[in-house]
Structures are given as structure tokens and as C-alpha cells.
Design a protein around this ligand. Structure first.
Ligand SMILES: [Zn+2]
Length: 190
């Protein structure tokens, strides 16, 4: 999205005109993308990423990313929640898509507000029914690793580290963490 002189190069998703401007609508207190052709206000809100710290017995399932960003770095299965999908369904789907692992959700590990990239990550604990997994188009390598072998220096994003630590330390309840820093290393994009 380009922002120049209060105008955007985006097209209106409602009327199709290239007539988006940034302004504060009446009775609002934030700048929004407003279409000057059809007057539609394009509200933008954080996206939900769902995932699971996935284990089999005392081993951790980690996937080496085969796609950008952070190609070649490691993550538990996670991705964007789809419409018409529950959080638990999303976490299970991601485990299957990324590693062909069938998991059951046991508990919530953490909730993370990544305010700089406008994402909310909701991360569960997932247990594999059997030690079956495979590489996928999204993962060039999938491994079941002992805790001592977790590649802490090669994790794809800070939130991966936070959730793994929360799982390992068994911090009870919901963990909230506001992101700091910013930049690509915190981003999670398609
Ligand atoms: Zn419009």
C-alpha cells in the first residue's frame, strides 16, 4: 500500500474504483481508508495466526520453512486462520498441511499481540496421535526433536521462541506478549 498525499493507490474492494483516501470518518478517531467514489470505509484489523507446539511423547515436531519469509528456519506448525474455521480446526489443519501430522489439541500455550505487524497469535499444545509425519510444500524438512536439540538460534520468528518457552516452562494460563523491535524477523506473511 502506497501512501502519498493522503491518497492510496489501492482499488476499492466494493466499487472497484481507484479512489481511496486516508481520513478520519465522522464519529471515529482513527485514520481509515475511505473510498471517495462509493464512500465505503475499509476497516483494517489484526489477522489471526493459529498454531500448535506439537509433540509426540517428549519430542517436539519442528518444520523447516520451505517458503519465504524466513526460508530455512524452524517453526512449529502455524498459519493464518481461515474464515468459517475454529481455532482448534485451524491448528490441526496447519499441522497436517505443513507436516502431515494428525494432532489433538490439549491446552492453550499462549496468546501474543504482535502489534507492529498487526497479528494476534494463538498457540496451542498439540499432541501427535502417532509418530507419523512427512515433508510438504511448506516444509523442506520435518523432525521430531528432543528438547535439547531444539534449534533455538534458527527459529523463524521471536514468537516461536516465546511459545516453545511457555510450553516448556509450563507457565499457567494465558501469556500475553507485546512485540518489540519490528521488522521482517517478526513478520508472518503468506
Ligand atoms: Zn468504492
Amino acid at each position: 500500500m502506497m501512501k502519498e498525499n493522503n491518497e492510496s493507490s489501492d482499488f476499492c474492494s466494493r466499487c472497484g474504483q481507484q479512489s481511496i483516501k486516508f481520513l478520519v470518518p465522522t464519529n471515529d478517531n482513527r485514520e481509515r481508508k475511505v473510498c471517495h467514489h462509493c464512500h465505503f470505509i475499509h476497516y483494517e484489523n489484526p489477522k489471526v495466526v493459529v498454531g500448535a507446539v506439537t509433540t509426540y511423547e517428549d519430542k517436539f515436531l519442528l518444520c523447516k520453512r520451505a517458503i519465504e519469509p524466513q526460508l530455512g528456519l524452524w517453526t512449529y506448525p502455524a498459519g493464518f486462520l481461515e474464515n468459517d474455521e475454529s481455532l482448534e480446526e485451524g491448528a490441526k489443519r496447519e499441522a497436517f498441511e505443513e507436516a502431515f501430522a494428525e494432532i489433538d489439541i490439549s491446552h492453550l500455550v499462549g496468546v501474543y499481540s504482535l502489534t507492529r505487524i498487526n497479528q494476534v497469535h494463538i498457540i496451542y499444545a498439540g499432541t501427535m496421535r502417532k509418530p507419523d509425519y512427512q515433508v510438504s510444500v511448506e516444509s523442506s524438512e520435518v523432525l521430531l526433536l528432543d528438547r535439547v536439540d531444539i534449534p533455538w538460534e534458527s527459529l523463524a520468528f521471536p514468537v516461536i521462541k516465546w511459545a516453545l518457552e511457555a510450553y516448556i516452562t509450563n507457565v499457567p494460563g494465558v501469556v500475553e506478549r507485546k512485540s518489540s523491535g519490528g521488522g521482517l524477523d517478526e513478520a508472518w506473511m503468506r
